[in-house]
Every structure is written in structure tokens, then in C-alpha cells.
Ligand binder design. Structure first.
Ligand code: FPP
Length: 261
């Protein structure tokens, strides 16, 4: 049977999210509206990434996860994929020292097998340099897909079963969750998608189970501090119940009995 304590306790959550996850959509449309090539939108999008990273650091939000490149993005025109890879590479070269100075821990989740050796080496170096930092944890999802994430966890479970380390009957949410990406931190409290679409698009499927969803028509390059504050305000106004009633949540908060150990 599933352990009920595995479900988050609503009274333990504050007005400020600990973990924000973002689908940064709308770069292409932003560029098109200005008669610019799509890559100009991605470049401008990188500025929005910088601004959001800074804002999260200042606010004391502990985790920021950005969907930079999905498993499906390989289907884009070859030149756009190549230019995006170059942008990731330059961004890594230019930004990592600054992230390190600002105590940011940087890491990448996803299937890196699809990327060039040079890019993977740069990523690993940046992760190693910033591993001990205890400020914002900035995770970039690259060649990531939520179904891929669950599948790789299943593969590991199957391996353990075959090795006799795990009984099939013992498989439960609690045995799957630690094998997924981001298992070492809190699950996202707030999910933001810019660009007007209202879907998850194979982002963190498991991890978003209880996350508050926020959709905005603002295109990613225009997502500035004012836009972020609107999202945070929307989040702060919501009541997270995790299956309980509104009365139970309010009562526990009043009594201060909801804190995590
Ligand atoms: C979606 O917009 C955006 C992407 C696929 C790429 C995101 C990349 C960046 C913001 C720049 C670099 C980021 C990091 C973390 C180094 P779209 O192209 O789908 O826009 P559209 O829907 O308007 O076509």
C-alpha cells in the first residue's frame, strides 16, 4: 500500500515557492514579430533567463528548473538546432563563472547522449565547479522528456528486480520517485509556461503532480521581473490542499501543525 505520508502536507507550504519550473515558450514568435531570425528570439530569451535567475536568487527561492530543449525539439530545422546548441555552448562559457560567484549550483537533466562530446564536457565541468554551492539550484532540462525520465527509472527498477535486490510487489511511488530527475530537491511548487499554450508538453510529468500551474500569453523574451511578480502573486493566492479539504488546511495552518520535520 502507498505510504500516505508520501503526499505533501499542505500546511507546510509558504506563500513563496521553493521550486519554480518554467517552460520558456515564444522565442520564435517574439523574433518573427520583429522581422528577425528565430535565433534572435533565443538570444533575447537568454537575457530573460539571466533576469529570472537573478530574481530567484534575490528572493531566496531555492530551486529553478528551466526547460531549454525537449526530446521533441530535435525535429526543428537543422540550422535552428545547430544555432541553439551554439547558444548553449556560448552561454555556458560566458555565464558559468558568474553563476559560481553568485553561489549558484548549476546542473543539467536529460539524456545527454544526444549532445556533442564538447558540449557534454562543458556541462560536466560547469556542474563540477558549482557542485558545492548552496545558493540557488539552477537546473536546465536539455533533451529532456517526462516520459523518458519515468522510463529510465523503470529501467533501473527492472535491473534491481533482475538482480534480486527488489521484489516486484515492493514497487510503489516511493521506490520510483528517488530514481527520477530532481529527486534530491523539493518538487516544483509553481510551474510557469509562457507563450500562451496551456499544456505540460512532456516536461516534468511525475514531479508536477501537485504543482500549481500558471500560464501566461507573454512571450518568453518579454518575461521580466514584473511578469514574474504576477506569477508569484497568483501562486501566493492559491490554497494547496493535496487531497485534504480547505477547512483542514486552514485549521492546520492556524494551529501551526503542518511543518515538515
Ligand atoms: C521555445 O520557444 C524556446 C526554446 C526551444 C529554447 C529555449 C532557449 C533559451 C531561452 C535560450 C537559452 C537558455 C538557456 C537555459 C541556456 P519557441 O522557439 O518554441 O518559440 P515559438 O513557440 O514562438 O516558436
Amino acid at each position: 500500500m502507498t505510504d500516505p505520508s508520501f503526499t505533501p502536507d499542505p500546511a507546510a507550504f509558504d506563500a513563496l515557492p521553493r521550486h519554480v519550473a518554467v517552460i520558456m515558450d515564444g522565442n520564435g514568435r517574439w523574433a518573427k514579430a520583429r522581422g528577425l531570425p528565430r535565433v534572435a528570439g533565443h538570444r533575447k530569451g537568454l537575457e530573460a533567463v539571466r533576469e529570472l535567475t537573478r530574481a530567484c536568487g534575490e528572493l531566496g527561492i531555492s530551486h529553478l528548473t528551466l526547460f531549454a530543449f525537449s526530446s521533441e525539439n530535435w525535429r526543428r530545422p537543422e540550422t535552428e538546432v545547430r544555432l541553439l546548441m551554439e547558444l548553449f555552448m556560448t552561454a555556458l562559457d560566458k555565464e558559468v563563472a558568474k553563476l559560481h560567484t553568485n553561489n549558484v549550483r548549476f546542473r543539467v537533466i536529460g539524456d545527454l547522449a544526444g549532445f556533442s562530446d564538447k558540449l557534454v564536457e562543458r556541462i560536466r565541468r560547469a556542474e563540477a565547479l558549482t557542485r558545492e554551492n548552496r545558493g540557488l539550484c539552477l537546473t536546465v532540462a536539455a533533451n529532456y522528456g517526462g516520459r523518458w525520465d519515468i522510463a529510465q527509472a523503470c529501467r533501473e527498477l527492472a535491473r534491481r528486480v533482475r538482480a534480486g535486490e527488489l521484489a516486484p510487489e515492493a514497487i510503489a511511488p516511493e521506490t520510483i520517485a528517488p530514481l527520477l530527475s530532481l529527486a534530491d530537491g523539493p518538487e516544483p511548487d509553481l510551474f510557469i509556461r509562457t507563450g500562451g499554450e496551456q499544456r505540460i508538453s512532456n516536461f516534468l510529468l511525475w514531479q508536477l503532480a501537485y504543482t500549481e500551474l500558471y500560464f501566461t500569453p507573454t512571450l518568453w523574451p518579454d518575461f521580466d521581473r514584473v511578469q514574474f511578480d504576477l506569477a508569484l502573486r497568483s501562486y501566493a493566492g492559491r490554497q494547496r490542499r493535496f487531497g485534504q479539504t480547505g477547512e483542514q488546511v486552514e485549521d492546520a495552518k492556524r494551529r501551526g501543525t503542518g511543518g515538515h520535520a
